[in-house]
Design a protein around this ligand. Structure first.
Ligand SMILES: [Zn+2]
Ligand SMILES: [Zn+2]
Length: 286
């Protein structure tokens, strides 16, 4: 039943977001843009690889819940009704996303995984799926592990996942939406577009998935008034095909070990011998 629902949501997403982007486009962009076939491969194949990682996370978190978690905490969580569990699960889940996402940016070896997501140069709703399976799995460690370990109900966790699922499409969508006075509370498409910007000041900012107030709280917010990000992507060569993107972090790590130089998060890694890499993007940072 759940699989059926996911397939249904997958069919529904383009029906909502393609016309939405045409009506409220932030930038002029074609529907059939560059990299569309690679994104379709991510859409169809990534789920199987992520499923393995998520199953392991849930099994480990359930073990922690049953053998390590004090029974008083377990009782306190399970005593909460759904209407209280669901919002708490959403707040905890997004705090996990914030920190795992930040680690993916600031730890050089982790950046090699996350660079796959930031390789997208024409941002739209489908860019949400352009993520290495290890990246998705690591994000789920941050968000799902604490929820399952603390013993939140399946309904509360399901509510968090459904909201996060639709929010990911929306945050990447090529639409003009900034949320006005709520921009420092909720993650808008404008907020996440800045996260993908290749401009120097915007780098390693705006990590939250749902609540931008986490970036306000932890000092990583970048939302300049009256400006829009214009260029996206990273400043080092990246592959453009699905299988080459899957292999990218492994070749990059091998190259880092060879050079014994764990360089900064986004410094050019042009010396890396990564098969299938494209030429560097034409635009320069800053
Ligand atoms: Zn990121
Ligand atoms: Zn993104």
């Amino acid at each position: 039943m759940r699989e059926l629902l996911e397939q249904y949501q997958l069919l529904l997403a383009p029906l909502i977001f393609v016309p939405f982007e045409q009506l409220f486009a932030a930038r002029q962009q074609k529907i059939f843009r560059r990299g569309l076939s690679t994104d379709m491969a991510f859409l169809l194949l990534n789920g199987w690889l992520v499923f393995v990682g998520v199953t392991a996370i849930i099994a480990l978190a359930t073990l922690v819940n049953q053998s390590i978690l004090p029974s008083a905490v377990k009782q306190a969580v399970s005593d909460l009704p759904y209407w209280a569990q669901a919002p708490i699960a959403i707040v905890i889940g997004d705090l996990g996303i914030y920190w795992t996402h930040r680690i993916l940016h600031v730890v050089p070896a982790m950046w090699r995984i996350h660079a796959v997501h930031h390789a997208v140069e024409e941002l739209d709703w489908l860019a949400a799926i352009h993520q290495h399976p290890l990246d998705v799995t690591f994000m789920k460690v941050g968000s799902l592990f604490p929820l399952f370990a603390l013993g939140f109900s399946a309904e509360a966790i399901g509510t968090y996942l459904a909201i996060y699922y639709w929010q990911s499409w929306l945050a990447h969508a090529n639409v003009r939406l900034g949320y006005g006075p709520l921009r420092h509370v909720l993650v808008s498409p404008e907020f996440h577009h800045w996260h993908h910007s290749s401009e120097q000041e915007a780098r390693d900012k705006n990590y939250a998935g749902l609540f931008s107030f986490y970036d306000v709280l932890f000092g990583s917010l970048y939302l300049p008034e009256g400006q829009k990000p214009t260029a996206f992507g990273v400043d080092h060569p990246m592959p453009t095909r699905y299988l080459a993107l899957l292999a990218y972090p492994f070749f990059a790590w091998a190259s880092m070990l060879k050079r014994d130089d764990p360089s900064g998060t986004r410094r050019p890694v042009g010396a890396e011998a990564v098969p299938g890499t494209a030429t560097p993007p034409a635009h320069q940072d800053g």
